[in-house]
Design a protein around this ligand. Structure first.
Ligand code: NDP
Length: 386
């Protein structure tokens, strides 16, 4: 019998289950790059469209795991030495966590987790795990690659339009009985003809570029490996050799790269100084890619016109985190990749990975981040250990 320790975000404040506003969601079987959506063989322990990312939803895993005789522990109590997570960790063979409510698997915790074999991210982005320590301890790290790429891409387009059209302040004016059009529009622009650049054009970055093409923007990107010339031509992409060159050429910068030691604080005062006055930064990748206080300085001084995204450090962000209250921010809690649609896919993918693991068959290559003591699969392509 194995102990599976699953850390999920808390239930809705009014109680679980919530009242659902829709009865169904479209079922996606193949992603844009041809990758197959999750294909577990066991029945799902939930109806697609249900809230399974919070504690009572349990990712729908209980019946499957208990049928096999395994123990499932689900908690949202994840931080500090007296947390449920820390207490249960030494006996856990599998840890499941989500980037939206990350159970940080630090080097110290990995040393305590003597029985841990599989650290599974129900979602995308495994930077809450010390990958070097996991590799050293021969722990497999896997995530449900592709499961919420479109969810995040749609969020990026949403916050970009919200910021440039001054949507949130204008909505507030309407809600509070006001009608001063000039207040609403004095920061409102069309995006047609503007320049948009993404740092990282992987699954999400490319999906954003594809969604923005019909808006008539000039599209730029940078990453270490160039996209194929077919894709560059199809979307009319302008390639930049590095982030520094890109940021000085565009009106919108989108960050869509993984967090690892050498990408931490990529956006510091120097990088902000290179950005055009009045440009916008969108970050739905990871909070630590940006120096917390440098962005506050850049927005407050008026050098950049806005900052939006849904990723912070740490998560949950403390109540006094300056990004909550700095001017012209379009921040949300970490929600972009956990729409009910995304949950159906990452919960199914979690089940698929567990089936492979307990069935003794290889986990799909694209789901792997660390395996056999080294970066593997998507991890080998997109991450670095330094
Ligand atoms: P992919 O692995 O598909 O793409 C990441 C891209 O980043 C790759 O194409 C890679 O290309 C590029 N990259 C890596 N390092 C660098 C670098 N130093 N400079 C420039 N480019 C770099 O990942 P996804 O698109 O699926 O996700 C990207 C990130 O978004 C995740 O790692 C995660 O942190 C975040 N995310 C956030 C979510 C949310 O809910 N907010 C949900 C899902 C993901 P190359 O190797 O050629 O450089």
């Amino acid at each position: 019998m194995s102990k599976v320790l699953c850390v999920l975000y808390p239930d809705p404040a009014p109680g679980y289950p919530p009242h659902y506003v829709r009865d169904e969601i479209p079922i996606i079987t193949t992603y844009a790059d041809g990758q197959m959506a999750p294909t577990p063989t066991e029945p799902l322990g939930f109806r697609p469209g249900e809230l399974v990312g919070s504690v009572s939803g349990e990712l729908g895993l209980r019946s499957y795991l208990e049928k096999l005789g395994h123990e499932l522990i689900v908690t949202s109590d994840k931080d500090g030495p007296n947390s449920e997570f820390e207490k249960m960790l030494p006996d856990a063979e599998v840890v499941i966590s989500q980037p939206f409510w990350p159970a940080y698997l630090t080097k110290e915790r990995i040393i305590k987790a003597k029985k841990l074999k599989l650290a599974l991210t129900a979602g995308i982005g495994s930077d809450h795990i010390d990958l070097e320590a996991a590799a050293h301890a021969h722990i497999t790290v896997a995530e449900v690659t592709g499961s919420n790429s479109v969810s995040v891409a749609e969020h990026v387009v949403m916050v970009m339009l919200s910021m440039v059209r001054n949507y949130l302040p204008s909505h507030e004016i309407a809600v509070h009985g006001g009608w001063n059009i000039a207040d609403c529009v004095s920061r409102s622009y069309d995006i047609e003809g503007m320049h948009f650049g993404t740092i990282g054009a992987g699954r999400i970055g490319l999906a954003v570029l594809r969604r923005l093409k019909p808006f008539g923007l000039h599209l730029h990107y940078t990453q270490r490996h160039r996209l194929s010339s077919e894709i560059e031509q199809e979307l009319g992409l302008i390639f930049h050799p590095d982030a520094e060159t890109l940021v000085s050429a565009v009106d919108f910068v989108n960050l869509q790269i993984p967090l690892y030691p050498s990408t931490e604080h990529l956006f510091d005062d120097k990088m902000f100084a290179r950005m055009k006055r009045g440009s916008y930064l969108i970050n739905s990748a990871r909070g630590k890619l940006v120096d917390r206080d440098a962005v506050v300085r850049a927005v407050t001084s008026g050098h950049i016109a806005g900052y939006a995204g849904d990723v912070w450090f740490p998560e949950p962000a403390p109540p006094d985190h300056p990004w909550r209250t700095m001017p012209f921010n379009g921040m949300t809690p970490h929600i972009s990749g956990t729409s009910l649609s995304a949950q159906a896919r990452y919960a199914a993918g979690t089940l698929e990975i567990l089936e492979s693991y307990f069935g003794g068959v290889p986990i799909r290559e694209e789901y792997l981040i660390v395996d056999g003591g080294v970066l593997a699969g998507t991890g080998a392509k997109s991450y670095r250990l330094t």
